[in-house]
Design a protein around this ligand. Sequence first.
Ligand SMILES: Nc1nc2c(c(=O)[nH]1)N[C@H]1C(S)=C(S)[C@@H](COP(=O)(O)OP(=O)(O)OC[C@H]3O[C@@H](n4cnc5c(N)ncnc54)[C@H](O)[C@@H]3O)O[C@H]1N2
Ligand code: MOO
Length: 429
Amino acid sequence: MVERRKPMWVKDAIDYVMQYKKHGEIEIVSLDDCDGRFLAEPLVADHDVPPFNRSPYDGFALRAVDTKNASRDNPLSLKVIDEIGAGHVSEFEVGHMEAIRIMTGAQIPKGSDSVVMLELVKEEKRSEGTLITIKRSLKEGENISFQGEDTKKGNPLIDRGVAINPGIKALLATFGYSNVKVSRRPLIGIIATGSELLNPDEELVPGKIRNSNGYMIESQILRAGAQYKRYASISDNLDKLYETIKLALDECDILITTGGVSVGDYDYLPEIYRRLGANLLFNKIAMRPGSVTSCAEKDGKLLFGLSGNPSACYIGFELFVRPYIRTWLCSERPYLRTISGTLKNDFSKPNPFSRFVRGKIVYENGNVFVEPVGLDKSGVVTSLAWADCLMILPGGTRGYMNGDQIELLLLEDQQGSEKPWVEAKFSKS
Ligand SMILES: Nc1nc2c(c(=O)[nH]1)N[C@H]1C(S)=C(S)[C@@H](COP(=O)(O)OP(=O)(O)OC[C@H]3O[C@@H](n4cnc5c(N)ncnc54)[C@H](O)[C@@H]3O)O[C@H]1N2
Ligand code: MOO
């Protein structure tokens, strides 16, 4: 008699996983290698930006007070006493009726308090020196980028646990980080199981398919911010699988298997959890696809048993493994973010369990719509390539119609959410 498993709510399963959450150690990487890594400490401005008053234009630095009466009818002439480009500082102080030719980015010279743009003055080179003529007055502070106007020394800028994007990399460079403290990425072992699996470079033969899950999970791991170690796929052989899992558990921080978690004759994962003496957290979840997603804990390390069915495997990773990884990386927003969208087609299947349907977001006149992509079966692989969200159809509902508002989990969003999606909230009344 095959065991009957009691399904657990998605949110409860996430909580079980998160009981074992930990933060990774800190490691130091060079600025060159920090893209996509997660900051291990907050980024605080250690000096004002810009660090000095500077000119935002090519022009002339002068004293606003001297231009008080300048107008079209009363042009004013100033003597140019120096010229400076960005990176240079003038030794001169701008005095009464004087100006310094200044290029964008150069430090505002002493004595001056405003800048007039090159295009607005007439320049005349004479034997006694260069003169400029201005036909308008300037205000004190006009056309100056002030020290600290971007940010002041001591301002907190980025929290710990945020992924380094191009803007953050610019800040790291601004504040002189040639090395950056980041969270060590967890090493995740991947074992694909099943006697039907071929490598991508092998010819198809009857009864066999190529292992797509292994590669898909690797890509999901990288997108989540972790690193992986690939173990050879294992045919349905209990002893060999057990030995490989034991080895991978020694070598890695987290382990993911795909396939062999259901109740079939060759589904060995339940037996392996028993042999390992692992603590089973769950082996059935009230969701589709991915109801067979399992998780066990051994000596503080988590073993995620994802389904062999590609869509179920993919969704199991995004809902349970991703937040665990992101928390390891100290993210305060480890969960997939949701937005609301309007369903574009009828989806008439009843949902005894919460259903996560692969969807594509479409924007029309500034509104968010979503359409299901591909076949809604857990064994399909093609829809995963087209999906950019998972439409959440909460359990206990009778199907959804074109025009219904639903919640969407964003798959490609880097920002994330502090809290997981909560099932009860979205039950359709
Ligand atoms: N009697 C029952 N049968 C099944 C149940 C059940 O409750 N009672 N659950 C079904 C559900 S739901 C799912 S999901 C699958 C899960 O099965 P497993 O996770 O044990 O996976 P396998 O049986 O090994 O494989 C399922 C399917 O996926 C293909 N596969 C496996 N690995 C890969 C891979 N690396 N790349 C691509 N495709 C892969 C495999 O060939 C099978 O077609 O069980 C149902 N059965
Ligand atoms: O775990 Mo199965 O994919 O729910 O369909």
